[in-house]
Design a protein around this ligand. Structure first.
Ligand SMILES: Nc1nc2c(ncn2[C@@H]2O[C@H](COP(=O)(O)OP(=O)(O)OP(=O)(O)O)[C@@H](O)[C@H]2O)c(=O)[nH]1
Ligand SMILES: [Mg+2]
Length: 201
């Protein structure tokens, strides 16, 4: 795999309690649609290409089911989306357990999103927004309340934000490698400098 490929290839796993709308969220992002009835109880991997921040990005998204979710998936991921439903309090507790697992694995490169789903069901809400926000803050996650049912755009925006954060994190990690004296990275940095100079002439 070339340098460019590896830079723009990101792996996302989506985890959360049963029936919190994980598949609905992924399908909404990938197809723009809300179907309403989704296959349950299995892991599905998707491959998706999109231009983000003027770069062609390749995303692998692993949609899991609670029963089969594996710790290996957490170690594999660049980004983790943990879902809970605003109408299911027990799913908030489950989200906390998952965030705990993520922390234990201590995958420093991972970007964490905590997503409250079914946000349009506000009148039946049993989890307050600030409870989700507090939990997210505790684990260094970005918090969103989303409705896959209601609208496509906010869902898409959340995924784009996740990708941008994964891009930034990778650039930062690359810089750490540079100071760690990796010959390839130092070479790349020099090459970049040279290219920038020559383009300003
Ligand atoms: N009202 C409402 N229902 C939703 C929303 N998102 C998902 N649902 C419904 O919630 C149920 C579960 O959705 P799924 O996407 O299958 O949930 P899941 O987390 O993938 O479920 P498992 O794979 O079984 O763990 C389905 O009946 C969806 O139609 C939403 O934004 N609003
Ligand atoms: Mg599902």
């Amino acid at each position: 795999m070339g340098v460019i490929d590896s830079v723009n290839n990101f792996r996302v796993v989506i985890l959360g309690a049963h029936q919190t709308g994980k598949t609905a969220l992924v399908v909404r992002y990938l197809t723009g649609r809300f179907i309403g009835d989704y296959a349950s109880g299995m892991d599905t991997a998707y491959q998706h290409q999109e231009e983000i921040a003027n770069q062609q990005v390749s995303l692998q998204i692993l949609d899991t089911s609670e029963k089969k979710y594996s710790k290996a998936a957490l170690a594999w991921a660049d980004g983790v989306i943990v879902t809970y439903s605003i109408v299911d309090r027990s799913s908030l507790q489950k989200a906390k357990e998952i965030l705990e697992e993520v922390e234990k694995i201590n995958n420093r490169k991972v970007i964490l999103f905590l997503v409250a789903t079914k946000a349009e069901l506000n009148q039946y809400r049993t989890v307050l927004r600030y409870e989700g926000e507090l939990l997210a803050r505790e684990y260094g996650a970005t918090h969103f309340e989303l409705s896959s049912f209601l609208d496509y755009k906010p869902v898409k925006r959340a995924f784009i934000k996740l990708v941008r954060k994964m891009m930034d994190r990778r650039i930062k990690n690359d810089k750490i490698v540079v100071t760690g004296k990796s010959p390839t990275m130092v070479f790349r940095k020099l090459l970049n400098k040279y290219e920038k100079r020559s383009s300003t002439i």
